[in-house]
Ligand binder design. Sequence first.
Ligand code: ARG
Length: 456
Amino acid sequence: MALWDGRFSEKPTEALTEFSESISFDKRLYKHDIEGSKAHAEMLAEAEIIPRDSAEKIIKGLELVLSKIEENNFDYNAELEDIHMHIENALIAIVGDDGARLHTGRSRNDQIALDIRLYLREEILTVCEGIKEFQKALIGKAEEYKQTLLPGYTHLQRAQPVLFPHQLLAYTEMLERDIERLLDCRKRLNIMPLGSAALAGSTLPLKRNVTARLLNFDRISSNSMDAVADRDFLCELLSGFSIFAMHVSRISEDIILWCSEEFNYIELGDAFCTGSSIMPQKKNPDIAEISRGKTARIYGDLMSILTLLKGLPLTYNRDLQEDKEPVFDAVDNVKKILSVYPSMIASIMVKKENMLKAASDPALMATDLAEKLVELGVPFRIAHHRVGSLVKWCEKNKLKLDNITYEEMLSVIPEANEECLKLFNPEKSISKRNIYGATGYGEVDNQLNFWKKKLN
Ligand code: ARG
C-alpha cells in the first residue's frame, strides 16, 4: 500500500512499479532525509502545529529508523517508491499516529529539493578536501624536484625551458579554480526550500527560518514555485565537476606523454600501471588513462541534467527524479579520481637528465637572445627577425646556436655583443625570468612557499 493510494482503485502492475521506483538509487539520501525530517518535526512543534509530544516521538522514531538503515536491518520495497516514503512508512510503523503528523505542511517536492541540497552541500566539501590533497601531492612533488627543468611546450613543440615545479604549480592553479567554482556553487545550493510544499507554500504557519536555522542553511528560498522546480545548482555543480575532469584529463595527458618512450621524462610507481596481456615489456599508465576517460561520462552527466531541464514546465515534474543518477555518477567518479590521483602524483619518479637534455637545445633560448638584443636597444621586431636569420644561417651551416664564433654571430646580428654567445644555457635562461608569475628560481620558490602555507 502506497502512502498516497487513497484516491486510487487500481494497483500498478509490477512493471509499472519497477519503472517508477527510485528507491534503488535514492536510498543513498537516507541520512539527509532523516536529518531534514527531524528538523521539520521540531519546527512543527515550535510553531505549535503539532504537539511537542508527537514531535519528540517522531524524532526518536526517526533516529531508530536511521540506526536500522545503518545496521542493514531495513526492508526496501519498490512499492514504496522512494526514500521519503520508506522512511515515513517505517516511522509510522514504529510510532503509530504521531508519525502520521510528520508530513504536515510538506510535500515530497520540497522534501527532495531539500535532501539533494543537504547531500550535495556535504559532498562538495568532501570533494574540495580531496582536491586539496591533490594540490598537496603536486606541491610535494615540486619540492622534491625543486631544481629540475624541462622544456615547456606550445603546439606540443619544445618551446622554452621551464622549471618542472612551475608546471606542477600550473596544475595547482587549475585545481584552485575548481575549488573556487565548487564553493561558489555551494552558496546557491545552501538555501532551504522546505515550506514550499508541493509548489504553493502552505496554509499552516510554518516557521521556515526555524527549519533553516536547525539545518544550518544560509537563508530560505523566496519563491515556492522556483524552490521545487529549481535544479540550477545541479547544472552548476556538474559544470564545476566537468571542468575539474577536463583538468584531470589534461594533466593525465601530460603524464601519459611523459611516460612514453618518446618523451621518457618520468616513471610512475608500478602500482599505478598495468602490464599487457600479450606484450611482456609493457608498462601502461592505466590510472591516468582511466581518469582521462572518466571525463567523458562526467560531461555526459552534465548533458543529462541540462537536457532533462530543457523545456520542462514549472514546477515539479516527475522527470526530475531522473536527475539523481547522473548526479550520483558524477559525484562518485570525481571522488574515485581523487581517491587515486594524489598517490599517483606522489609516485612520479623524474628522469632529470632526460628532461635537462631536452631543455638544453640552444634553439629553446632563441627568445632569450632576441630579448638580449632589446636590452641592447634593438626594437623587438627587428631583434626577432635577426635571431630568425641566425637560426636559418645555423641550419644552413649545420651548426648549433651555441657553437658559432662571435664573428659569425656578428655577420648576421651586427648589434650583438659577446654576452650574446653565453645565453644558450637553460639554467641561465630560467634564472633570468624573474618577474612575478614567471619560471625564475626565486619566483617559483615564492609560489611554492605561498602554496605550502595555504594548504596547511
Ligand atoms: N522520487 C521523487 C524524485 O526524486 C521524489 C518527489 C516525488 N514527488 C512526487 N510528487 N511524486 O523527484
